[in-house]
Write a protein that binds this ligand. Structure first.
Ligand SMILES: [Fe+2]
Length: 470
């Protein structure tokens, strides 16, 4: 009898041994299913948790998961749903435990625009509960969004030794750690841990993603294409597929296989035939802009993308999204949409003080203006805008591979401005970090040719041709 009372009074625990204040096993198991769906980018985690919350409206961790996961969408249109989650959680706080209170405080900070503060609150939870997979995931993903490069690795490093394969979700932890290591240029360890994650769970697209980044950063284009193709069955149906197709397109682009790039674009990134999510349009825009930098025409592909982005012209929630919106407006010649985006950004910078203001002021706005300059052939001005910010671009968020679009735009503008000495330096930098890139050697050749150095220009062109032959 005593034992039974004690059992009844003890809080239930989740599958990683963390106490949950809500006393219902079905709800706790349902949350675990939703977290799994979210982290392996399969199914609809929000629909899953909505089903649980319909049955269990008093399940505070369900509301906090839903609101927490929604933060990652970085879209103003879902703010009302996040506010609803916060309000519902707030009403349940009297029964909450310390972990749940921490998640509540993090979501509250986020909704107040204090993204870095939210990370601190989730960090405080993780320090006390190193097995909190959700807190770990939200911190890691948010640090990617905010451009905290060491942070996206170290948040995992702080708890990694406490985890092992016997703990549910270890494959996701390996995935986070591997990506953090890759962004911090520890490519060997990153690939090793990502492949370990894939050995546990081959359909974990985030671990596939790390390997694709390693291949990209190391210029292993042929290996990258093969790796992605071999594993397409495991990632092609996930919610991460668009971005992984974008990565596959980058390998082809680097070695001038332009038909392959447009095959990928038209088959997988063009959402005209599908519902289309903003991130799909983000990757699509980023690929088309690069194709244009490489001198490739893109037909009517920009118009559809610009249509998709135009409703978000005045969002100003996340500078990373704004620069991709601007990319489509500039490329499709939509001057009204460009003006709307710029004036919304200016109004926002005057009135707001949230975490995104620095991203917008320091990188987002200069790059938006630089893209306008590029399109109107004001290449000198484009160079002058980008040169001072080129080593601060991590503050925009995203990955090195994504932000490389800024460095490539700068180089192409320098070439077109006939500033060949600067262009040579920039192109040399790029061949230094990725010597297998055909594009990089073509730029070196163009810079030498502009400087009148035919011998070196021919040598660089021969290097590019040799790489094509591989
Ligand atoms: Fe990526």
């Amino acid at each position: 009898m005593v034992a039974s009372d004690t059992l009844t009074a003890s809080p239930l625990k989740d599958c990683r041994g963390i106490s949950v204040s809500y006393p219902d096993r079905d709800a706790i198991d349902g949350l675990e299913r939703a977290v799994n769906m979210a982290l392996c980018f399969r199914g609809d985690a929000i629909r899953e948790i909505n089903g649980i919350l319909n049955e269990h409206p008093g399940f505070i961790m369900g509301w906090l998961f839903k609101g927490g996961w929604m933060t990652q969408a970085m879209e103003t249109r879902i703010y009302p749903s996040m506010v609803e989650c916060l309000k519902n959680a707030e009403a349940l706080l009297p029964k909450a435990n310390d972990r749940e209170l921490g998640h509540y405080e993090a979501l509250k900070a986020w909704l107040e625009g204090d993204f870095f503060g939210a990370v601190q609150k989730w960090e405080a939870v993780l320090v006390r509960h190193p097995m909190d997979l959700l807190a770990l995931a939200l911190i890691h993903f948010t640090m990617v969004l905010l451009g905290d490069v060491p942070g996206q690795r170290d948040v995992v490093a702080r708890v990694f030794n406490l985890w092992d394969e016997s703990i549910p979700g270890y494959e996701f932890v390996l995935g986070f750690y591997s990506f953090g290591l890759e962004e911090n240029r520890d490519f060997s360890r990153a690939e090793e841990l990502a492949r370990q994650a894939l050995s546990i769970r081959p359909d974990n697209p985030y671990a596939v993603h790390t390997v694709s980044h390693v291949m990209e950063m190391r210029g292993r284009q042929a290996g990258g294409i093969r790796f992605m193709k071999d594993r397409e069955a495991q990632w092609g149906t996930s919610g991460f597929a668009n971005h992984l197709w974008w990565h596959t397109g980058l390998y082809h682009l680097d070695i001038e296989q332009y038909d392959n790039v447009y095959d990928i674009f038209d088959s997988h990134l063009d959402s005209r035939r599908k519902g289309g999510h903003k991130y799909e349009e983000l990757d699509a825009a980023a690929l088309l802009w690069r194709m244009n930098l490489a001198g490739q025409e893109s037909g009517d592909r920009w118009a559809h993308l610009a249509d998709k982005w135009e409703p978000a012209a005045e969002d100003t929630l996340y500078a990373f999204n704004d620069v991709h919106a601007m990319m489509t407006f500039v490329s499709d010649g939509r001057e009204d949409a460009q003006a709307k985006l710029l004036s919304a950004n200016e109004r926002y910078l005057q009135s707001a003080s949230d975490a995104n203001t620095a991203m917008t002021r320091e990188i987002g706005l200069p790059f938006c203006l630089a893209m306008q300059d590029f399109k109107t052939e004001q290449y000198d001005t484009c160079v002058e805008r980008l040169l001072p910010v080129r080593y601060m671009t991590h503050r925009l968020g995203g990955s090195f591979a994504q932000r490389d679009i800024i460095g490539w735009t700068l180089l192409e503008a320098a070439l077109r401005a006939k500033r060949y000495d600067l262009a040579l330096g920039l192109a040399n930098e790029r061949t230094g970090s990725k010597p297998t890139s055909v594009q990089n050697w073509r730029a070196v050749a163009r810079a030498f040719r502009g400087l009148g150095d035919k011998g070196n220009a021919d040598r660089a062109a021969a290097q590019a041709d040799a790489l094509m032959a591989v």
